[in-house]
Design a protein around this ligand. Structure first.
Ligand code: SF4
Ligand code: SF4
Length: 383
């Protein structure tokens, strides 16, 4: 074990100088969702950081890579320590020493070689264009009102594709001229892997495309939104293009009376899962609730953990690319949703929907019989 002031100072900077505030109370470990399935060691990790020591214990290194960067620990920390940034800082150091988690390395290689972290080829992009062809005229000279930036998973994941299709269909039915970008990785996995040099290079690639746009850009994924609005500007890569999350545009159009919604014959009790990045990192919590509450005949119920206190689905921090062993975090969230008595669970993130839809296959729910993205719910209720 070697104490390094250099490492400590580096992690201190990563944490925006909050590292020194930790007084080792352990609330972070107690509230971390990883504690549900194993020992989380978060307090210990912060202690290592305060000493500038790189952990060598395999169990602690495993936690550094299993952290979903959900931010729950920050909400519970009485001293406001930016724990996920310290964990990303450790990942950065481990990556520099080539002791990165092998699943992350493989994901980054796929991104490097295929241009996306899933490893699909150009054939999937062509299929995606064909699937979406009915929604926009590629050759029109008319400037689009909105351009949709969908997650890179949209090319191959039907759940993701359905979300983009719902948002696009909705806007088209309201008379807007839209364009859908080819699915493009936002770089979230590079950021979570701590590969900052690669991220800086990648940022240029994305912003070269974005800066050529002259319409409002609608993001589908909360992770994309966070990268474009917060992470890249902090790296000095900025744009003048307006960027808005799709839940914000839904609220805006409902408020302006452009979206008119109808009720359904069946009683619908809806609960909403706040995606961690949308709620804790971006503070977008009122918009989705306002959208749901405007649907006639829908009863909205909150889960025990909601808004900034939401529970993680297990996909963040690059974990969507790794298999979770044992009971998955999505199980606990589904149980909480079911306990509300709601028959529908909705959310606003392609990864959350994917995690819950998968878990639902082996979860015996009492009430929940439908998991859907908010855009699909609104489209199904459009007048
Ligand atoms: S909750 Fe905050 S103060 Fe308490 S141990 Fe964790 S980081 Fe330190
Ligand atoms: S960000 Fe989430 S998973 Fe990571 S240490 Fe904090 S509470 Fe645990």
């Amino acid at each position: 074990m070697r104490i390094s002031y250099e490492i400590r100072d580096r992690l201190m900077r990563k944490s925006s100088n909050t590292l020194g505030l930790c007084f080792q109370c352990g609330s972070c470990t107690a509230t971390c969702p990883l504690s549900v399935t194993s020992s989380a060691y978060i307090r210990k990790i912060i202690k290592y950081a305060q000493y500038g020591v790189i952990p060598e214990d395999e169990k602690i290194i495993e936690i550094l890579w299993r952290c979903t960067t959900c931010g729950m620990c920050v909400s519970s920390c009485p001293r406001g320590v930016d724990i996920p940034s310290i964990i990303r800082g450790f990942r950065e150091i481990l990556s520099e020493r080539r002791t990165q988690d092998h699943r992350i390395t493989e994901t980054l290689w796929r991104l490097y070689e295929a241009g996306n972290p899933w490893g699909y080829g150009s054939g999937e992009i062509k299929k995606f264009r064909l699937n979406m062809k009915d929604l926009f005229e590629e050759k029109t000279s008319q400037k689009p009102d909105y351009i949709i930036y969908s997650c890179c998973s949209t090319a191959i994941d039907p759940v993701s594709q359905k979300m983009t299709r719902s948002i696009a269909t909705l806007l088209k039915r309201l008379g807007f001229n839209i364009k859908i970008l080819d699915p493009m990785c936002c770089g979230d996995v590079i950021y979570e892997a701590g590969e900052i040099a690669f991220l800086e290079e990648y940022a240029q690639k994305i912003f070269d495309i974005i800066n050529r746009l002259d319409s409002t850009l609608i993001t589908v994924s909360p992770h994309t939104h966070y990268m474009l609005k917060r992470v890249y500007p902090e790296l000095g890569v900025k744009t003048n293009v307006e960027i808005i999350h799709y839940t914000q545009i839904l609220k805006e159009l409902i408020d302006k009376n452009k979206i008119k919604l109808r009720s359904s014959d069946r009683e619908t009790v809806v609960t909403y899962h706040d995606p961690c990045y949308l709620a804790r990192y971006l503070n977008i919590v009122e918009e989705p609730r306002s959208v749901i509450e405007n649907i006639p005949g829908v009863k909205f119920v909150e889960m025990e953990h909601s808004r900034e206190n939401t529970l993680c689905c297990g996909a963040g921090g690059g974990r969507i690319f790794s298999e979770e062993t044992g009971v998955r975090l999505a199980r606990y969230r589904l149980k909480e949703a079911d306990d509300t008595g709601a028959n529908m669970m909705t959310t606003a993130c392609q990864f959350c929907v994917r995690m819950f839809v998968d878990e639902m296959k082996i979860f015996s729910s009492k009430y929940i019989n439908n998991i859907t993205d908010l855009s699909e719910l609104i489209l199904s209720r459009l007048e």
